[in-house]
Design a protein around this ligand. Structure first.
Ligand code: NAP
Length: 310
């Protein structure tokens, strides 16, 4: 008998139970706070699990993240070192993230922010559009999600650039890498979309330096983690006019405190960390695929790499 324990304060337990049962009927499903005998738990399926919960499972073989990023697992100070952590890599998650990236870019590209303001003043103001094939979008992060965003934006006719840690070749994408590559890319892009993992190297990467590297009036869409952007630098960029607007799904503090200046800023568009939801009927396939690989002693490509930090 293989047993999985789910612990998440926001994911739907009933949908996960049903989705996992459909994919792997022989899997015993339990949910925190009712783990049964902790010694029987083989896998912990978690999103921001209570600290110490994973350490209380003496025979757990791996942590399965209910998120593409593993920051929520690593935040547990009692996490047993050396325990494998498996990222969530899911086509539907990548597709949802790409939908949001496309929406954010088109929102600004088709001047919806301007037309909304004009509507609220009962003003019939017509602007002149930019020519999409002359317009460049830069994707920060060219992984599972970034390459999907790049493909969808490319289908719309944008010039697509992408930035990764190491050199990469992606069809239809002008690829950049390393510190110099980021500024080289930013200088050409009216829109930047961030889909990086949060690591010590990428923390605070959306800062005044990057904003100034962009052309005047550029836009930033951050759908990765709030830790990537420096709030004060975004506000300074917006207020100086160098940044035309931002679309933020993620924040340095979540929930964003009611007094935060982003809430009422006319150039800030935001959502409460909903860019990519983990839909159980799709993600359960990835979870079961990885359990079967671990049980068979096979390599797990979606393993979190502690040395790289993602
Ligand atoms: P992934 O497949 O691991 O890809 C990460 C990409 O980032 C890779 O291209 C990697 O470069 C690049 N990268 C990492 N560190 C870098 C650095 N220091 N400099 C330049 N590039 C760097 O990750 P993913 O599955 O696409 O997910 C990306 C992130 O999206 C997650 O970590 C998560 O935080 C976020 N996310 C947010 C939501 C939401 O709802 N807001 C939902 C899902 C995911 P290489 O190719 O060279 O390795």
């Amino acid at each position: 008998m293989t047993t999985i324990l789910m612990a998440s304060h926001q994911d739907p337990v009933d949908l996960w139970r049903a989705a996992l049962a459909a994919e792997m009927p022989e899997l015993e499903f339990r949910a925190h706070p009712d783990p049964g005998d902790p010694a029987e738990v083989d896998y912990a399926l978690v999103y921001w699990a209570p600290h110490g919960l994973i350490a209380s499972l003496p025979n757990v073989k791996a942590v399965l993240s209910i998120a593409a990023g593993c920051d929520h697992v690593l935040a547990d100070p009692d996490l047993p070192p050396g325990l494998p952590i498996v990222r969530m890599v899911d086509d539907y998650l990548a597709a949802m993230m790409a939908e949001y990236a496309v929406y954010g870019v088109l929102h600004f590209h088709r001047n919806m922010h301007f037309y909304r303001q004009e509507q609220l003043k009962s003003q019939w103001s017509r602007g002149w559009p930019l020519y999409t094939p002359d317009t460049a979008v830069g994707i920060l992060g060219l992984g599972a999600i970034g390459t999907t965003c790049a493909a969808k934006l490319g289908e719309l006719g944008f010039q697509v650039h992408g930035w990764s840690r190491g050199p990469k070749s992606v069809a239809g994408v002008t690829c950049h890498h390393g510190a110099d590559g980021l500024e080289e890319m930013a200088a050409q892009c009216r829109y930047l979309v961030c889909v990086l993992p949060l690591t010590p190297e990428t923390q605070g990467i959306i800062n005044t330096r990057l904003i100034k590297a962009m052309p005047q009036g550029g836009y930033i869409i951050n759908i990765a983690r709030g830790g990537h952007h420096v709030d004060e630098d975004i506000l300074a960029g917006l207020d100086s006019g160098h940044l035309g607007g931002v679309f933020l799904d993620v924040h340095n503090e979540e929930p964003l405190p009611p007094a935060h200046p982003f809430w009422l800023h006319e150039k800030v568009w935001m959502t409460p960390h909903v860019a990519g939801e983990l839909i159980p009927r799709s993600c359960a396939k990835s979870v079961v695929r990885n359990i079967r690989r671990i049980e068979a002693g096979e390599e797990v490509p979606d393993l979190f790499d502690k040395a790289r930090g993602y």
